[in-house]
Structure formats: C-alpha cells, structure tokens
Design a protein around this ligand. Structure first.
Ligand SMILES: Cc1cc2nc3c(=O)[nH]c(=O)nc-3n(C[C@H](O)[C@H](O)[C@H](O)COP(=O)(O)OP(=O)(O)OC[C@H]3O[C@@H](n4cnc5c(N)ncnc54)[C@H](O)[C@@H]3O)c2cc1C
Length: 463
C-alpha cells in the first residue's frame, strides 16, 4: 500500500480507526469510514490504533491472549508496520492519541458485548470528538431483527427466517489507499503468554481468508452430513477463531454461500442469534435466562470439586468426554458436537453448575465468545432460549460411537487408549487391555446420574 510523505510542520488533522474485534482490512466499513472522513481534510491521515488494556488482556487468558498478539502482528504487517499499539486504559489512552493527532473523530465497529458496549458509552461521554460507529461483527447487528410487534425473538427458527429475509449488504471493499500515521510512539506487542504444548492455528486475515477458500473448495458441500463427525479434520470450517477476532467478517462468508449451503448459513445465524439474545438480556452472561433454573440443586463441596477437576483434565473415564476436554487443552478449540456432550456430562452426570464449565471454556477456547459460549452452555442446561429440553440427556458413550465411529478421535487425544482398535477405544471396560496404560475408570455411573438429573428437573418443574 502506498504511503505519501507528509511534512511534520503542517498542522495535522487526522481520523482514528480504533481496531478492537475487527483485526482486518477487507470488508471493514468502520475503517473505510475513517479513511473517507480523512480524505475530506487537506491532510488526509488515518491513525490505525489498537489499545492494549492490561486488565482486558489478562481477562482474555493465555490462549486468546497469544492468538491476539499473533493477529496483531499480521495486522501490523498489512498496515506496513503502521499499527499504533498503545498500552493502558482506553479511557486514558484514547484522549492522548486524539490530542496528539488533533483528530477530528474516532471510528469503531460497534460492540455489543455488555461490558464493551458500556465502555464505549463511557468513552463517548469522555472524549471531545465524535465516536463514530459503523457496522459491527455481525451481518445484521444485534437488536435489528425483531418480531412484527417489535419485541425480540427468543426462539431460533423464526429468528433465522426473519434474519435471512432481512438480508445484509455485500462485503465492503478493501481500502485502496490510506495515509497511515502514528502520531505517538508505538508501545509494540507484549510478550506472548506461555502456551506449553498447545498449538494454535495461524492467525491473521490472510490465513482466515485462505482457510475459508480451502473449506469452500474441499468440504462445504459435505458440511450438512459431516459437521457432527468429530473424527473428520475438515468436517467443520474452523472459522470461529477468525470470526471471534474479526479477521474475517461474516458477510464475506455469507456472500459465498449457495442455496444448497443453508445448513452452514444457519450455523452463522446461531452466532448472530446468541449475540442478539445477549444484547437484549445482558444479565445472561452470568445468569439463567429462564429463572426457574435458579432452583437447580447443583453439587458443591469436595466430591464436586474432584469431579470438576477430573472433567477439566479429561480424566472422567468416559473416552468421548475426555478426548474433547483434552482437545481443548491441546488446540484451544473443541468440535461442536463434543462441546455439547462434555457440557451435558458436567451438568447432567456430575450435576455441576453450567457456569463453572462456561468459565473453564472461556479460559481455554481461542474462539471464546461470551454470547456463543454462555448461551451454548445454557442451551445444554435447558435454561436458555430455544434450549435443548433438560430431559434430553446425552449418553456420552453412544454419542462417541455415533460421531466417532472408528474411535480415531478418541485415540488421537487419549494416549492411554491409543492401543485399542476401532471403536473399542470408546468402551475400554469391554476389553482386558482397556486399562493397561493407566486410563481412569468411569467416575460415575451414567445410568444412575441420568435418573438423578431427571428427578432434579421434575422438582424444579413442579416449583
Ligand atoms: C457449550 C458450548 C460452548 C460454545 N462456546 C462457543 C464460543 O465460545 N465461541 C464460539 O464461537 N462458539 C461456541 N460454541 C458454538 C460452536 O461449538 C462453535 O462455534 C463451533 O464449534 C466452531 O467451530 P467451526 O468454526 O468449525 O464451526 P462450523 O460448524 O464450521 O460453523 C461455522 C460458524 O458458525 C458459528 N456457529 C456454529 N455453531 C454455532 C453455535 N452452536 N453457536 C454459535 N455459533 C455457532 C460459528 O461462528 C462457526 O465458526 C459453543 C457451543 C457449545 C455447545
């Protein structure tokens, strides 16, 4: 990208594009708005800014923290190393950058996560120039798809119909020219948190676009059939991490879908639905949407803590559950089908509050997103919108046999079971060699715990 020389002696007047969860140049309407506004000035400079708030960074955890740093590196490269990274509280940093650039405005993509939306509001009241919101991380921003009477949807299928009928714009173009400018010293990227053996996919916009191209060319046509197969490496698109960091916009994905790709389109819509639900019900990032479930008698105390630790470490003695939990720690990602099974196991076999599981997921998931995660958990717990009925208790063994029919997924993540052939890896108790490598015995009896879960559910239903 060409960069024009600007004399340091001219009075500067710039716009700022504040990157947050939109770490890309293509299809970034807020960035284009910053460039377009700057173009009307005699000195059309744009400050591409990222504010690294130590408090927010710590909250991300090691996995998303490391991915963010790699993604910032890629974004910096695509800006010819002109990304201004400043460390500190945005409420302090942003006014400093505005003053240094004598900026006329700050451009952002609107945030809808309750905490971030609140921060934007505070910042808007604090700064001396307009905070201009253009677009968001969604094809249709939360709050815009409503029922005919104006109230929000609480059930997915009608939301999906309205969302699809509403439609969205085509992706925005990549900026052709901009005069990037760093009016202050760049603080640079902090050191990456230690990840041990965990291997993340390549970060950045180019990698995201390439992955999307490959998925379309090789696996999209079989998605409806393969998406539940945890053993297939390309059964799903793995776009959740790039979507989480805004390395790709959902519109860029949606524009490539054909009529035959409706199953995939619906999955993209689940992400939008949950963002909409959270927007209308901000308390559901920590609380049940359905208050009836506040009465659920969760297990607490020593045994519950030991069971929770076994679940976290992938040592429950249920191979499909343990493979999922170990995939999470090995890759910072878990297959959707397995997420549902491990969540069901924690809630309905161990009777542990879904919030403990959701927190663990948020600690480890590279795609960790409050809306999709908390509502994915509440779907399983039965306490959310459109929830899976509580009485539908996943059987962790038959789920494994069905969605990992040859046992490849289990063998890949559980070294202690790697010697067991075919689907015997799902049932080590059926073979004399099952426990020879130290794999743990099941910590509970699924048949017994299922009955207990159903009884708990009956009690809260009566209340
Ligand atoms: C308990 C639980 C927790 C979850 N936590 C998260 C989370 O923190 N972040 C997250 O992005 N997804 C979460 N999901 C949803 C889903 O598991 C992931 O989006 C999916 O596994 C990502 O893999 P993929 O990109 O290959 O998905 P694909 O099957 O290729 O789907 C394409 C895209 O559609 C979206 N999508 C698909 N399924 C869902 C869904 N059920 N809910 C919301 N969006 C969906 C994602 O953006 C995904 O990238 C959770 C699901 C459950 C059951």
């Amino acid at each position: 990208m060409a960069v024009r020389f600007i004399s340091p002696y001219r009075a500067p007047m710039a716009t700022i594009h504040w990157f947050r969860r939109d770490l890309r140049l293509s299809d970034n309407p807020a960035l284009l708005a910053a460039i377009a506004e700057a173009a009307t000035a005699s000195d059309p400079r744009v400050v591409p800014l990222f504010i690294l708030d130590p408090a927010q960074f710590a909250q991300l955890g090691a996995v998303r923290g490391a991915y963010l740093i790699r993604s910032l590196n890629e974004l910096g490269k695509s800006l010819d190393r002109n990304l201004l990274i400043r460390h500190g509280d945005p409420k302090q940093v942003l006014p400093e950058v505005i003053a240094a650039a004598t900026a006329s405005s700050v451009h952002i993509a609107a945030a809808f996560e309750p905490e971030l939306a609140k921060l934007d509001q505070e910042i808007e009241n604090l700064i001396s120039v307009p905070l201009v919101r253009t677009g968001s991380a969604y094809a249709i921003s939360p709050g815009r798809v409503n029922k005919d009477d104006g109230t929000p949807y609480r059930v997915f299928t009608p939301f999906y119909r309205s969302w699809a009928a509403h439609g969205w714009r085509l992706p925005a173009a990549k900026p052709e020219f901009a005069n990037w400018w760093m009016p202050l010293q760049c603080h640079g990227r902090p050191a990456e948190p230690e990840l041990g053996d965990l291997v993340l996919p390549t970060a950045g916009e180019q990698a995201a676009l390439a992955r999307w191209e490959t998925f379309q060319a090789t696996a999209l046509k079989d998605y409806a059939e393969d998406r539940n197969r945890s053993d297939l490496i390309n059964g799903t698109s793995k776009m959740s991490i790039p979507l989480r960091f805004g390395e790709i916009h959902p519109r860029t994905i949606l524009k490539d879908l054909k009529e035959t790709d409706e199953v995939y389109k619906k999955e993209i819509c689940w992400r939008e639905f949950y963002a909409d639900v959270l927007h209308h019900n901000p308390h559901t990032s920590t609380e049940n949407l359905n208050k009836q479930y506040d009465q659920m008698p969760w297990e607490r105390g020593k045994t519950a803590d030991e069971n929770f630790a076994a679940w976290c470490q992938g040592k429950t003695g249920f191979p499909f559950v343990d493979a999922g939990m170990r995939q999470l720690m090995a890759e910072g990602w878990m297959h959707n089908r397995v997420r549902m099974v491990v969540a069901s196991f924690l809630i309905k076999d161990l009777h542990i509050d879904w919030r403990r599981g959701a927190d663990w997921f948020m600690q480890w998931l590279a795609d960790g997103d409050i809306a999709s995660n908390q509502h994915g958990w509440q779907w399983t717990a039965g306490s959310g919108t459109d929830a899976s009925p509580f009485y539908r208790v996943f059987n962790p063994i038959t789920q494994g046999l069905k969605f990992d029919p040859n046992g490849d997924y289990v063998r890949k993540y559980i070294a202690e079971l790697a010697h067991l052939p075919a689907n015997t890896a799902h049932e080590p108790w059926k073979t004399p060699a099952g426990y020879q490598n130290g794999y743990p015995q099941p910590i509970v009896d699924h048949a017994v715990e299922r009955i207990r879960a159903l009884a708990d559910y009956e009690k809260i239903k009566k209340n």
